[in-house]
Design a protein around this ligand. Structure first.
Ligand code: NAD
Ligand code: TDX
Length: 370
């Protein structure tokens, strides 16, 4: 993997853009097929959990595609997440999506932007909303402006949380028609970014799509998030922590299935459309935690209750029938327990990847009584 610190010098713009990329030219609606065939994609946030898994997915399945990752490497970004990928196909530019001058140098020559970069953790947004507004709202606006100027196709990665929550006993699920009702500073900032994308489509004719996905799990997820926090706590001899009553429901999807859905939407989705991504993975937090404890050989009550998250969303549930019907997408990981077992194995075998951030994360949680 080629690694470029974008802020070092203007000359980096040359490496960033890559002569090969320019030579291949702008792509690419395959003749008459209606399929968009990008050759050079810019992936923001590609050193984070879902972005890195997407970069790996593209490198594995689409060897003709060159990926430039643009990532600020915040506490949540780690270049190790994309280590080992071929240098000729994956290039890392370290920089901020809010930096308009940097975008002027990086964006030209790409035929699509897939925008994952965000501040992504609800608890952090409750403690300090400001970075969320800056990266998720201002950063998205800067990228949209660059995409507009250079006529680059845009895919925006968003979340089901923009729709607020559902009652535990409500059979309803979120669809593309659900009203926006975000609860936390994080989800409000993501909702704002969705609205910006829609406005750029309608007002400026930007070629953009949006996807709103449910809770992801899998390798490379930061230890602040529910599943890796509990797994790594057990590995470190710390009792897992369950917020509130533990009855809150999340709709789990393996991150690889999120990647395949994003690829389908990017290449075959209709411009201006929103697609919900989910894999029928509804489970209460306490059920997930008990499954983790069982799979790791612990008693099912070996955890502590903590105070609840303020404004804690009760239930998320996705109706992904538009994605199934229009694009024929289906998840590959349909057995949550076996996906969870593989995730436990990954964290067990990659202690060096998470151990430093574990200590810092638990100190932060302890200070908040969580
Ligand atoms: P993450 O926190 O693991 O990664 C975010 C990445 O963005 C990091 O690499 C970070 O360094 C980078 N970044 C942050 N601010 C930046 C900036 N200003 N400029 C450039 N890079 C910056 O997040 P994640 O869980 O991988 O989520 C990725 C995207 O998917 C987000 O947009 C999130 O809203 C969305 N999403 C996440 C989930 C989930 O379950 N985690 C579900 C649905 C949607
Ligand atoms: O220690 C914990 N104990 C606990 O009970 C943690 C970290 C979380 N929880 C609960 C809170 C939630 O109900 O587990 C659930 C999942 O929590 P998170 O992993 O923080 O995820 P969530 O808040 O649901 O948001 C996630 O899915 C949607 C991602 O972090 C978002 O980026 C995405 O948009």
């Amino acid at each position: 993997m080629l690694y470029v610190y974008a802020y070092l010098c203007w000359a980096c713009a040359g490496c960033v853009s890559g002569a090969g990329r320019y030579a291949e030219g702008v792509s690419n609606m395959a003749a008459n097929s209606g399929v968009f065939e990008p050759r050079n994609i810019l992936v923001t946030g590609g050193c984070g959990f879902i972005g890195a898994n997407f970069v790996r997915y593209v490198a594995r399945n689409h060897p003709d595609v060159h990926v430039t990752v643009l990532d600020k490497l915040t506490y949540a970004g780690n270049p190790e997440n994309i280590a080992g990928l071929p240098e000729s196909r994956v290039e890392l530019v370290v920089g901020d999506i809010c930096d308009a001058a940097l975008l002027e140098r990086v964006v030209p020559g790409h035929d699509a932007i897939v925008h994952f970069a965000a501040e992504s953790h609800n608890d952090n947004s409750i403690a300090d909303p400001e970075p969320f507004i800056r990266t998720n709202v201002e950063g998205t606006m800067r990228l949209l402006e660059a995409a507009r100027k250079y006529d680059v196709r845009f895919h925006h990665i968003s979340t089901d949380e923009v729709y607020g929550d559902l009652a535990l006993d409500d059979p309803a699920r979120f669809s593309e028609c659900s009203p926006y009702r975000p609860s936390s500073p994080y989800s409000a900032s993501k909702a704002a970014s969705d609205h910006l994308v829609r406005a750029w489509v309608r007002t400026y004719g930007l070629r953009a799509t949006i996807s709103n996905c449910s809770n992801n799990y899998g390798p490379y997820q930061h230890v602040e998030k529910f599943i890796p926090r509990q797994i790594t706590s057990i590995l470190e001899g710390i009792r897992p922590k369950l917020y509130g009553t533990g009855e809150n429901v999340r709709d789990w999807i393996h991150t690889e299935d999120h990647s395949s859905a994003v690829w389908e939407i990017l290449t075959r989705g209709r411009i201006g459309e929103t697609y919900l991504i989910g894999a029928n993975g509804e489970m209460s937090n306490i059920a997930v935690l008990r499954m983790i404890l069982r799979l790791m050989g612990q008693p099912e009550d070996a955890f502590d209750w903590t105070r609840d998250r303020p404004g804690h969303d009760r239930r998320y549930a996705i109706d992904a029938s538009k994605l199934h019907a229009e694009l024929g997408w289906k998840p590959m990981h349909t057995n949550f327990e076996s996906g969870l077992r593989a995730t436990i194995d990954w964290y067990t075998n990659h202690r060096e990847w998470w151990v430093a951030s574990k200590a810092a994360t638990e100190a932060r949680y302890r200070a908040q009584g969580m």
